[in-house]
Structure formats: structure tokens, C-alpha cells
Design a protein around this ligand. Structure first.
Ligand code: OGA
Ligand code: NI
Length: 348
């Protein structure tokens, strides 16, 4: 035993130690809420794949249009030729996997169940409010402004800060590019969204889903939508992400070197409901661990959020009151993600 943490707070360590064929009852979802792994939409239909290569030339307006349409109809799309080198993506995944292979005592240095922490390793979703646990451990990092946070991140594995820092910088550039396209697609000026997010924030969740002996009884992450503005998801080669489309769960299977983009609650508000933050979830499987890296690009805590005046009219009445992102985010962490939607609490 290398340290004092023997109470098995993290799922990954419990799985490694016990090698059980059953999951603990705290992870078992009620029968009618389980994933139903047999009834999935076939994987050859998926969310739109948008080539961002053409964004910088005369095809610009076509790409903007495609992004607008995807935001409107699906709330989700994939991007290729997004400008982030393949090596930056593969290194990010490699170092994430290495982090979750560190000895328990090394990882536990970052453990906390306080959502206000800038760096925190935790498990499931929200251990303080949830009734049923999820099959996930995660490391959550604040990432922007980078120089304010990078030195607080884990320094083991060696070069974690350097590799994750590089990924964060690149992903922020992509987020800003997408926010420009989204602003334009709504008929607003390019910098509309960026400005609406105030000084802006960027958080990251590195999700680790261990293999699960009974994947049909539980979730890696139950259905939820994201509270931030826009999410950029990098996943490894193991499927798991599903998106709700027309009342059915659609698997979004990994495509090498593409990233998955989804609209969060704040863009739903800023666009006055033109664009929707759509329910999504992660399922787990028997044989493989899975890693995903979610970047949550968000307003700064003090940013005042409200629907764009120009997008409010008789046909589109105002959907929410005015609030600060701080109020919204604090509220989000008091909820049980599985049964309540934060956005509903801010509607008019
Ligand atoms: C998230 C999320 C999906 C996944 O972290 O908010 O939706 O596939 N992750 O890990
Ligand atoms: Ni999510």
C-alpha cells in the first residue's frame, strides 16, 4: 500500500482491485431508464461532418451555412480539417490515458468533490447531489487564461502540463473560429458570441470510463446537456457517445482526427432558442476502457447572458431572463443532472 487512500473513492481503482462480474447496486439504473444497448440507430447515419478547410477561402459562406444548419437541426456536428495537428490530438489522448494509469495515491492528490476547485479529480457526475452513480472518473481543469492555471495542473506524468497546455491553446483557437461562424450564421457580427462571453472561460473534463461488467445496467454519463457555450469533444477509438435525435439515441462513433462539437445552454440562450443544446450521454462496454476529452468553452463568471435583442420577435419570444453565468453555473452544480434541466430554471 503506497498511501492512506484505501477507501476506494475512485471507480477505476475499485474496478482494478475487485475484478467483479457485477456492478455495485449504487450504479444500477431503474429498468425503464437503462440504455437499451440493442435498440440503437444504425451507425451509418450520423451527425453532419463539416470540413473546416474551406472556411478560410471563397467557400466561407457555405461552411457558415452548414454550421448554422447543423446547430439548428441537430445541436451536434463533427469537424475535420479543424486546424489542430493530429499529433496534438494523439498526444492529448496518450497523456490522458497515462494519467489514469498512475498509482492511486498519485492521482488522489487532485481528488475533490468541490465543483469550485480549478483542478479536481472526481468520479461519477456530481457525488453530492446524484441518486445513482455513473461509470466514470474524471479530471476537471480550468484552462483559460492558461497562465493562471497551468501550474496548478498535475505535474505527473512528466510533460502533462506541456501537452495538455498545447491542446488547450489549439482548441481555444478552434472554439473562437466556431463562435465566429455561429455568430455569422445567426446574422450577427463575427465577434458577437465571443463578446457575449465576456472575458471568457475554458474548462476541460478528461473522462475515463473503465470497462464495465454489466454495461446494460448503467451509464458512463446519463443523458444531459452541457451548461457552457460550446463543447469540443475529442474521443479515442472506442464508441460510447450517443445523441438524442427525434426521440431516439444515435451512436456517434469515433472518426480518426475529427472533433465533435455541440451547442451548450449559453448558445441556446444567446441565440434565443434558434440553436438547441441537445441531450447526449455516454454508454460503457464490457471489454474496453474509453477516454474522452471534453472542452467546455464558456462565458466568464461575471458575463451577463441574455438572448440577442435582434433575435427576439413575435415569432420568437424571449426564452430566458437575464442572468450572470456565475449564477447559472452555481445553480447547475446544485442540481441532480439526471432529473433536472438547469435551463428550465431560467426560462421566462
Ligand atoms: C461531457 C460529455 C461525452 C463523452 O463530458 O459532457 O458529454 O463521450 N462527454 O464522454
Ligand atoms: Ni456533455
Amino acid at each position: 500500500m503506497c498511501c492512506e487512500f484505501i477507501n476506494m473513492v475512485l471507480l477505476s481503482d475499485m474496478v482494478r482491485r475487485e475484478r467483479s462480474s457485477y456492478i455495485p447496486s449504487s450504479y444500477v439504473w431503474p429498468k425503464n431508464e437503462r440504455p437499451n444497448l440493442l435498440e440503437m440507430e444504425s451507425s451509418d447515419v450520423s451527425i453532419p461532418l463539416i470540413d473546416l478547410h474551406e472556411m478560410d477561402d471563397h467557400q466561407h459562406s457555405l461552411v457558415v451555412k452548414a454550421i448554422g444548419e447543423a446547430c439548428k437541426s441537430e445541436g451536434f456536428f463533427m469537424v475535420k480539417n479543424h486546424g489542430i495537428p493530429d499529433i496534438v490530438l494523439s498526444e492529448m489522448l496518450r497523456i490522458s490515458k497515462e494519467y489514469f494509469k498512475l498509482p492511486e495515491c498519485e492521482r488522489m492528490k487532485a481528488y475533490s468533490d468541490d465543483p469550485k476547485k480549478n483542478v479536481r479529480l472526481s468520479t461519477s457526475c456530481n457525488v453530492k447531489t446524484e441518486k445513482i452513480a455513473s461509470w466514470r472518473d474524471y479530471l476537471r481543469l480550468h484552462c483559460y487564461p492558461l497562465e493562471d492555471f497551468i501550474h496548478q495542473w498535475p505535474s505527473n506524468p512528466y510533460s502533462f502540463q506541456e501537452i495538455v497546455g498545447e491542446y488547450c491553446k489549439r482548441v481555444r483557437e478552434l472554439a473562437l473560429k466556431l463562435l465566429e461562424a455561429i455568430s455569422e450564421s445567426l446574422g450577427r457580427e463575427k465577434k458577437y458570441m465571443e463578446k457575449a462571453l465576456g472575458k471568457q472561460g475554458q474548462h476541460m473534463a478528461i473522462n475515463y470510463y473503465p470497462p464495465c461488467p454489466q454495461p446494460d445496467l448503467t451509464f458512463g454519463l446519463p443523458g444531459h446537456n452541457d451548461p457552457n457555450a460550446i463543447t469540443i469533444l475529442l474521443q479515442d477509438t472506442i464508441p460510447g457517445l450517443q445523441v438524442l435525435r427525434n426521440g431516439k439515441w444515435l451512436a456517434v462513433n469515433p472518426l480518426p482526427n475529427t472533433l465533435i462539437i455541440n451547442i451548450g445552454n449559453q448558445i441556446e440562450v444567446l441565440s434565443n432558442g434558434r440553436y438547441k443544446s441537445v441531450l447526449h450521454r455516454a454508454i460503457v462496454n464490457k471489454d474496453n476502457e474509453r477516454i474522452s476529452v471534453a472542452t467546455f468553452y464558456c462565458p466568464s463568471y461575471d458575463a451577463v447572458i441574455e438572448p440577442a435583442r435582434e433575435l427576439i420577435d413575435e415569432e420568437h419570444p424571449r426564452i430566458t431572463k437575464t442572468f450572470t453565468y456565475g449564477e447559472y453555473y452555481d445553480q447547475f452544480w446544485t442540481l441532480d443532472l439526471q432529473s433536472e434541466s438547469c435551463l428550465d430554471l431560467f426560462k421566462v
